[in-house]
Design a protein around this ligand. Structure first.
Ligand SMILES: Nc1ncnc2c1ncn2[C@@H]1O[C@H](COP(=O)(O)OP(=O)(O)OP(=O)(O)O)[C@@H](O)[C@H]1O
Ligand SMILES: O=P(O)(O)O[C@H]1[C@H](O)[C@@H](O)[C@H](OP(=O)(O)O)[C@@H](OP(=O)(O)O)[C@H]1O
Ligand SMILES: [Mg+2]
Ligand SMILES: [Mg+2]
Length: 340
């Protein structure tokens, strides 16, 4: 990768000139980095610790090229070496799992408060668990002239599938229910249409009331203060006609079915949620969650003009699918350094 090679060269040269420089300035200059950056351009060094899947979807060549032109250099973090021995970085982008890695990041944040770590590991943990994921949206209880934003009624089942039926009745949840694994990184989703199917589910999971929403979902991508909304196909509404039988099925199978059913009969129409409502929601959640890189899955209740539900929050989602992400993301990275 061009960025890595350039960076290694820079490290070697840095040793040579270190004595002369005697500067606390951590920014890289073109002279230090070598080819690629115009002379005297301050280079923002972004260390990244991402899975190979994420690197492929996020660090696309067009994005890296644009970043380079704006003076941003992406450098792969080597997990086998101490973080403090690498860099120096201006920003660290990460999405890796494991307790040990979280500890490494926390130690690094404490030792290097001058580096912006996106985002704090503890804050990310909150949205990795579906029990706590939507808590801030519920607490916010947003309601203004543009609409209301809530969360579906939900219940956590830790274990014992035979107790689900009783727990559902006690909590007053109405069927059908969406069952999602408690750990948000797992994407297997089931629909339970009646009491019989409840005992077939495998805890630990979260049960959520299914909300009819016309088969359209809004993905709201958030990058710092920027937001971008796109429409996506979603699960079709549940009616008497399509749930006379008991169905518990995997989400993938469901998506194939959905795709076949809707391909020629539907287009992604309908109005986006009002911008001021989304801006307020994003602003509040950024602050409450302590995150800058996430997206929200939002649905509008069928038959309502302004009743919205947040059903999912994803940390560092698939930005490669967000229109204009290259410009939005690079501007965001530069703004972080500027604001320091
Ligand atoms: N409460 C609900 N009411 C209606 N439909 C829902 C509900 N919850 C989820 N869905 C549907 O199921 C899909 C998957 O659910 P969800 O987004 O929670 O799962 P996920 O695996 O975390 O998805 P992602 O890939 O976005 O991380 C949604 O995109 C939506 O189509
Ligand atoms: O952007 P949306 O449609 O919300 O979907 C994302 C998921 O929510 C993320 O969990 C995926 O990222 P990870 O594979 O890093 O978990 C992410 O993977 P990607 O970055 O490889 O596209 C997406 O699948
Ligand atoms: Mg989702
Ligand atoms: Mg999700």
């Amino acid at each position: 990768m061009i960025g890595e090679i350039a960076y290694r060269k820079e490290e070697e040269k840095e040793e040579e000139v270190e004595e002369k420089m005697m500067s606390a300035q951590r920014k890289y200059t073109a002279a230090m980095v070598g080819g690629g950056f115009p002379p005297a351009m301050k280079v923002v060094v972004v260390g990244y610790a991402l899975t190979s899947k994420k690197i492929k979807s996020f660090l696309q060549p067009k994005f890296e090229r644009l970043a380079r032109n704006k003076g941003i250099l992406f450098v792969a973090i080597d997990q086998s070496r101490p973080l403090s021995d690498q860099g120096p970085f201006d920003i660290v982008l990460h999405k890796l799992s494991g307790k040990e890695w979280r500890r490494v990041l926390e130690d690094y944040r404490n030792a290097h408060p001058e580096v912006t770590v996106l985002d704090p590991p503890d804050a990310i943990q909150q949205v990795y668990n579906r029990q706590s994921m939507l808590q801030d949206v519920a607490d916010l209880n947003l309601s203004d002239p543009y609409g209301t934003v809530g969360v579906p009624k939900q219940l956590v089942i830790e274990k014992d599938p035979s107790s689900i039926h009783r727990a559902v009745n006690k909590a007053g949840l109405r069927l059908p229910l969406v069952a999602k694994p408690l750990v948000a990184k797992s994407h297997e989703l089931s629909l339970a249409y009646d009491e019989f199917s409840l005992q077939k589910l495998e805890p630990p999971l979260v049960l959520q009331e299914f909300i009819n929403h016309g088969g359209v979902l809004f993905k709201v991508y958030i990058v710092g203060e920027a937001i971008k909304v796109v429409r996506r196909f979603s699960l079709p509404d549940v009616s008497n006609a399509n749930y006379q039988r008991v169905w518990v099925y995997r989400f993938l199978e469901c998506l194939v079915l959905l795709h076949l059913l809707t391909k020629h009969t539907r287009s992604l129409c309908c109005e986006l949620p009002p911008r001021p409502l989304l801006e307020r929601l994003a602003r509040e959640l950024r602050r409450r969650l302590g995150l800058r890189l996430f997206n929200l899955d939002i649905i509008r209740e069928h038959g309502s003009r302004d009743r919205y539900y947040v059903i999912d929050i994803n940390y560092f989602p698939g930005y490669g699918k967000m229109p204009e992400y290259e410009h939005i993301f690079t501007d965001f990275l530069l703004s972080l350094v500027k604001s320091k």
